[in-house]
Design a binder for this molecule. Structure first.
Ligand SMILES: Nc1ncnc2c1ncn2[C@@H]1O[C@H](COP(=O)(O)OP(=O)(O)OP(=O)(O)O)[C@@H](O)[C@H]1O
Ligand SMILES: [Mg+2]
Length: 322
């Protein structure tokens, strides 16, 4: 089981988009995924068409009222479960700050669920306050979504310092495991420069650094309007626009994450996902009485031969009727 927090205290860099769509990609390939919305903005919850409220317990109740996390889960699909947020969570920062064990509340709340999931992914708010510290104490890995523009690296120092401090005091197994370049404008000099700077910075880490060995993901997330549109439909990119660049990129990122666990099992999972995808396309095609050209269906061959997912991770009728 892997626990990953998406953190960057800079706002609007792609944390939520990455958390939701990577979680959805992993779930599509058969991993059991719990997505925790730790942001009072509740964007992850809204992205999936879910809202915590007075009658629907969410992360606020878990952190502040002691509700068991298992009683606050919401199923989005067979494999994807969400612990939803609500604007009330904004009060949790100050309410938790009164508690002596304030940094470990999330970790203790999630512990009983560790066996139930293959991945726990936490979407964090754009700050390094008590909520984010709780995420750092509850996870083993941090992925930093980064938007390559001027000053992209500014502020990272504070995040790395905070992560180092949490590792030293609360969570010895914490490390920065990856950096995901989001809203990437391929071919621009700026994107290339930031990409190079990040790689150089990671390569020059020493073994004691909390970011030592971090992977700058080969898959960059291109700017894609479908990614900005899908939250308003309450859908992940795989359901909203399965043949978009956004689906391809987040499929590729999810696959890289799986490969970090075990390259062999990643390939097996992706193959299984491709079989399911082919079946869905065939059924959808039969429904609309359509004949598909042979190359329109993801094959296990095309998936396993490509270093990055070059085809749709899964298909819906949208694929058949673009
Ligand atoms: N690759 C992309 N292409 C186009 N739009 C994107 C992309 N990634 C994210 N966006 C859009 O950019 C905005 C910011 O993204 P997102 O909400 O994921 O960032 P965030 O880091 O979670 O923000 P916050 O710090 O406020 O929580 C959103 O409107 C989102 O839909
Ligand atoms: Mg967000």
């Amino acid at each position: 089981m892997r626990r990953i927090a998406m953190i960057n205290q800079k706002g609007g860099v792609g944390k939520t988009t990455t958390a939701v769509n990577v979680a959805a990609g992993l779930a599509r390939w058969g991993s059991r995924v719990l997505l925790v919305d730790l942001d009072p903005q509740a964007h992850t919850s809204m992205h999936l068409g879910i809202e915590a409220g007075p009658d629907e317990p969410g992360i606020y109740d878990v952190l502040v009222n002691g509700t068991a996390a298992g009683d606050a889960l919401r199923e989005v699909s067979d494999k994807l479960t969400v612990l939803a947020s609500h604007v009330d969570l904004v009060a949790a920062e100050s309410e938790l700050s009164q508690r002596p064990d304030r940094e470990l509340i999330l970790r203790r709340a999630l512990e009983p669920l560790f066996d139930r999931f293959d991945f726990i992914i936490i979407d964090c708010p754009p700050s390094l306050g008590t909520l984010t510290i709780n995420a750092l104490a509850a996870t083993e890995e941090v992925i930093i979504p980064l938007q390559p523009h001027f000053l992209a690296l500014q502020g990272l120092g504070m995040l790395l310092k905070t992560a180092s401090a949490v590792r030293g005091v609360l969570n010895p197994s914490l490390r920065i495991s990856g950096i995901a370049l989001c809203m990437y404008e391929k071919g621009t000099r700026l994107a290339q420069e930031v990409d190079n700077d990040v790689r150089q910075f990671i390569a020059s880490a020493s073994p004691d650094d909390v970011w030592y060995g971090a992977r700058v993901f080969d898959t960059t997330i291109r700017r894609n309007i479908k990614l900005a549109e899908c939250p308003s439909f309450g859908l992940t990119i795989f359901d909203y626009a399965p043949s978009s660049n956004g689906a391809e990129d987040y499929g590729g990122l999810a696959r890289e994450l799986l490969e970090m666990t075990s390259p062999a099992s990643a390939a097996a999972l992706v193959e299984r996902g491709a079989e399911v995808a082919s079946q869905v396309v065939r059924e959808a095609a039969a429904d609309v009485d359509m004949v598909l050209p042979p190359d329109s269906i993801a094959t296990t061959d095309s998936l396993s031969s490509s270093p990055q997912l070059e085809t749709r991770p899964a298909a819906t009728p949208d694929t058949v009727n673009p």
